[in-house]
Design a protein around this ligand. Structure first.
Ligand SMILES: [Zn+2]
Ligand SMILES: [Zn+2]
Ligand SMILES: [Zn+2]
Ligand SMILES: [Zn+2]
Length: 503
């Protein structure tokens, strides 16, 4: 079914609107898994590799979401009267209610007869992205079938549950099969709550399937990163590092800063594969020690890392004294540290959290550990909103220090550009600029002060010279004019003679 040639053809059709005559990528054989996206020429760091548009996109409608967003433009609506008046069970804005997309959605859902069309129901709203696959053309639907799908026991649950929300839900096996397949494909390759795709820690709030992106394989240190165009939701994929011709272009399915064991578990359970990338094969994670913990022997300063990677419960080894520990023992230390940091993170005082990270936490958990990296990222995010109870100085210093710390971890891992790095670089740039301005102002103040002192010294010299010549009247005038406030306290300044007398 999944033939690289047919996939390429269908992707070309899907991406035709971008009119990219000489694409920098092709579908080829992958060293990671089956087929993948391969560079057709040398790509420079930062260069756009491709654009992709969503084949399917819809509201994620999580249980915790407010459901008053338009199902077409996805803009948040006032929380009264946002449901379609035609009775399709979808929220829609007055502009989109007249659009072709809503007419198609509306006809489909009305034909199924929603039980309570006037009440926003997350199950119905969430299903829309999947149900839209029914109205795709044949090439588009074939493209969905060309993408990998993890057809596990759960993938049918969503459609089965949604069926209960309609009076006349389709029973046609083909229609149900298209929806079930689409659920599985979105879960495997798209953006969905089960995929936990976080775009290197940036949330993407929709449910969506980007087909070319979906073909890309995973690497724990991806050589590409992506952003979205706000208006169109089109995806732009860029080279994170220089990529030689013929190399596979990779993305990441996991968060960038989780440790080896957590990534391994996530990929195994959610993606059904074991990653064998260089980071996963190295217990020290290229010297970044993201899973690293302190040795249980308190007289030893060594770091403890998993003995081998790719196991859910490995033994751990101290790199210094070589003492072995069980996974359970080390998880106790990790859980203790995570609990302590999270408690501080959840407390209201940002200042306390920063002080704790700067002064206390490294007594029981190394600064390289993922809990600390996550806490620092969360501090930076909070500081981005406001400095809360931190002084301006503390906020500024923290921004600079934590941004640099995290970029250092990225450098160790060999991570190129990413959205996170761009944001951190921006923080550093802003802070360095602020410091430069402050320094320049300080230098200017010093310069002015020196100038004044020089003038005062000159005046003193003049005074001394005049006094020596016995011209005391002139000296008194100059003294009064140049430095009246400099006169020693208690000394009475001589009354200056009238100007006429001098002349
Ligand atoms: Zn709208
Ligand atoms: Zn409608
Ligand atoms: Zn890996
Ligand atoms: Zn040790």
């Amino acid at each position: 079914m999944i033939c690289p040639k047919r996939t390429s053809e269908l992707l070309d059709i899907h991406l035709a609107p971008f009119k990219d005559k000489d694409p920098a990528w092709e579908i080829g054989i992958s060293k990671i898994a089956g087929r993948g996206v391969v560079a057709t020429r040398h790509l420079k760091r930062g260069e756009i590799i491709f654009r992709d548009s969503p084949l399917l996109i819809g509201l994620a409608a999580h249980e915790e979401d407010s459901l008053n967003a338009c199902s077409v433009c996805m803009i948040l609506l006032p929380d009264t009267r946002f449901m379609c008046r035609q009775g399709c069970g979808l929220p829609v804005c007055s502009l989109c209610a007249k659009k072709k997309q809503h007419k198609t959605d509306c006809d489909l859902f009305r034909s199924w007869g929603p039980n309570e069309p006037e009440v926003a129901n997350s199950v119905i709203i969430r299903l829309l992205c999947v149900a839209r696959a029914i109205n795709l053309n044949k090439d588009q639907r074939d493209l969905i079938y060309c993408l990998q799908a993890n057809l596990d026991n759960n993938h049918r649950t969503e459609v089965r549950n949604a069926a209960k929300c309609f009076k006349k839900f389709p029973t046609d096996k083909k229609v149900i099969e298209i929806m079930n397949r689409t659920v599985a494909v979105i879960r495997t390759n798209g953006f969905d709550k089960t995929t936990d795709r976080t775009n290197d820690n940036q949330e993407f709030n929709y449910r969506a399937l980007y087909p070319l992106f979906g073909v890309m394989n995973h690497d724990c240190i991806p050589n590409s990163y992506y952003t979205f165009e706000e208006k169109t939701n089109n995806m732009i994929v860029r080279a994170a590092v220089d990529i030689p011709e013929g190399f596979e272009i990779t993305t990441t399915y996991t968060k960038l800063f989780t440790g080896n064991i957590a990534r391994h578990l996530f990929l195994k359970m959610k993606k059904n594969f074991t990653c064998k990338c260089p980071r996963c094969s190295d217990p020290t994670e290229k010297g970044a020690y993201i899973s690293g913990l302190y040795c249980r022997d308190t007289s030893c300063n060594g770091l403890v890392v998993p003995e081998i990677t790719g196991l859910p419960h490995p033994n751990w080894n101290c790199l210094e004294c070589k003492q072995k520990s069980t996974h359970a023992q080390m998880m106790k230390s990790q859980d203790f540290a995570s609990g302590a940091i999270n408690a501080k993170n959840n407390s209201n005082s940002l200042r306390t959290l920063i002080q704790y990270l700067n002064e206390k936490s490294d007594q029981f958990i190394p600064d390289s550990n993922h809990v600390i990296i996550d806490a620092k990222l969360s501090v930076l995010q909070r500081l981005n909103q406001s400095r809360e109870d931190c002084s301006e100085e503390l906020a500024a210093n923290t921004r600079l220090r934590y941004s640099r710390d995290i970029m250092q971890v990225m450098d160790k891992l060999g991570m190129g550009d990413s959205l996170v790095r761009t944001q951190l670089q921006e923080q550093v740039r802003k802070e360095e600029e602020r410091r430069a301005i402050k320094q320049a102002a300080e230098a200017e103040k010093q310069r002015k002060l020196a100038e004044l002192q020089e003038k005062a010294a000159e005046a003193d010299k003049l005074l001394a010279a005049l006094a020596a010549n016995g011209d005391e009247t002139a000296a008194a005038i100059i003294a009064a004019e140049t430095a009246p406030s400099c006169a020693p306290t208690g000394a009475t300044a001589p009354t200056p003679a009238p100007a006429a007398e001098l002349a």
